[in-house]
Design a protein around this ligand. Structure first.
Ligand SMILES: *Cc1c(COP(=O)(O)O)cnc(C)c1O
Length: 365
């Protein structure tokens, strides 16, 4: 059994994907170009955003977003300590200071009630993470950000297609950042990412900076990076994009099937879904008493599971210079010891799912 079976999806769409790759090989246009603009236009429209700019990864989408709003030394950027390293890494790479705010244990996302007292005169932005595929509680966050004139950047790497108040995430903040890492809901066959925005000035800034700050060939007006999307990845993503709603629906169905089994088990807490949100389950994550024992039991029974994330960011060696300590973010530290993600991907069969649930039920019996 695999935690995620990417080959199964490839086999189902093999013909379309190979012909898309061939189309690129024959075009001789390998970086940016028509395939990439086509994907940008489709995703902008789909998110309800004016602009979409394809980049090399979700990490670069975040980095370029921060660069585009002028984040630099002396600035503070607020985010959650319960996320993938990339979210805070990009802040530190620009010599700004990551400031962590604890999460709500139900949603795993930043707790809006704890946001305001972390804001200082140096706070320039908040990176809101929509962890596991569920939107953070954006209404109160946007209200606070607006009041203090702080930019909101959405880390929607795990939330392609997730909705809040019936609107797709990515379009709420100054920018929305997506990742096309193969295991994300819309995954390429390599690295890739996208920034969406409604602001023309921000879009222009990101277009400049993804290509060495060049406004025309060999004329550089800003510092930038090399972060262009490959045409092959764009062509593959165009094939897969047609199925994203169907796949996200399938993820929700499978999550519902899991929930049915676990909802009445005293030792397990099923994912909590905000009433305003539509979850896309990039991860199906339980909170379990005796998590480590259960994980070991499942490992022994060849059922793969995953822990996102075992070490909160404020306790990572790389951020020791920020002088956070154990106990600073009790909710984050607590859930990092309880979370367990189970296999869930659109092509997963119900038979396979039943094998997993039976083992878990057996463990607690
Ligand atoms: C995957 C991920 C990223 C980084 O995306 P890459 O495409 O791997 O660079 C950033 N933030 C979160 C929350 C992620 O899950």
């Amino acid at each position: 059994m695999k935690y995620i079976d990417l080959q199964k999806q490839y086999c189902l769409f093999k013909k379309d994907i190979r012909s898309a790759i061939d189309r690129v090989l024959e075009s001789g246009e390998f970086i940016l170009g028509r395939e990439v603009s086509n994907l940008e236009n489709k995703i902008a429209k789909w998110c309800g955003s004016e602009y979409a700019i394809a980049v090399n990864s979700g990490t670069d989408a975040l980095l370029l977003s921060l660069m585009s709003i002028g984040i630099g030394p002396g600035d503070e950027v607020i985010t959650t300590p319960f996320t993938f390293i990339a979210t805070a890494e990009v802040i530190a790479l620009l010599n700004a200071k990551p400031v962590f705010v604890d999460i709500d244990t139900r949603t795993f996302n930043i707790n809006p009630d704890e946001l305001e007292h972390s804001i200082t005169e140096k706070t320039k932005a908040i990176i809101v993470v929509h962890l596991y595929g569920q939107a953070a509680d954006l209404d109160p966050i946007l209200k606070i950000a607006h009041k203090h004139k702080i930019q909101v950047i959405e880390d929607a790497a795990q939330a392609f297609g997730a909705e809040y108040n019936d609107k797709r995430v990515g379009s709420f903040g100054t920018t929305g950042c997506f990742s096309f890492f193969p295991a994300k809901n819309l995954g390429a066959y390599g690295d890739g990412g996208m920034v969406v925005t409604n602001k023309k000035t921000i879009a222009r800034e990101i277009i400049l900076r993804r290509q060495h700050g060049a406004d025309k060939r060999y004329h550089h007006v800003k510092l930038g990076v090399n972060s262009r999307l490959d045409a092959i990845q764009a062509a593959i993503l165009l094939v897969k994009f047609k199925y994203i709603d169907q796949w996200n629906n399938k993820r929700r169905q499978l999550a519902k099937r899991y929930n049915k089994v676990f909802v009445n088990m005293a030792d397990i807490q099923i994912p909590y879904v905000l009433s305003k949100s539509k979850h896309v389950y990039n991860q199906y994550t339980l909170q379990c008493k005796r998590r480590d024992e259960l994980k070991k039991y499942l490992d022994d029974n060849k059922i793969p599971t995953s822990i996102h994330y075992p070490t909160p960011l404020h306790l990572q060696p790389v951020f020791s210079y920020l002088k956070y300590k154990k106990g600073d973010f009790p909710n984050t530290e607590y859930v990092s010891k309880k979370v367990l993600s189970l296999p869930l991907y659109p092509e997963m069969s119900e038979i396979l799912q039943d094998i997993i649930t039976k083992k878990i039920v057996k463990f607690y019996d």
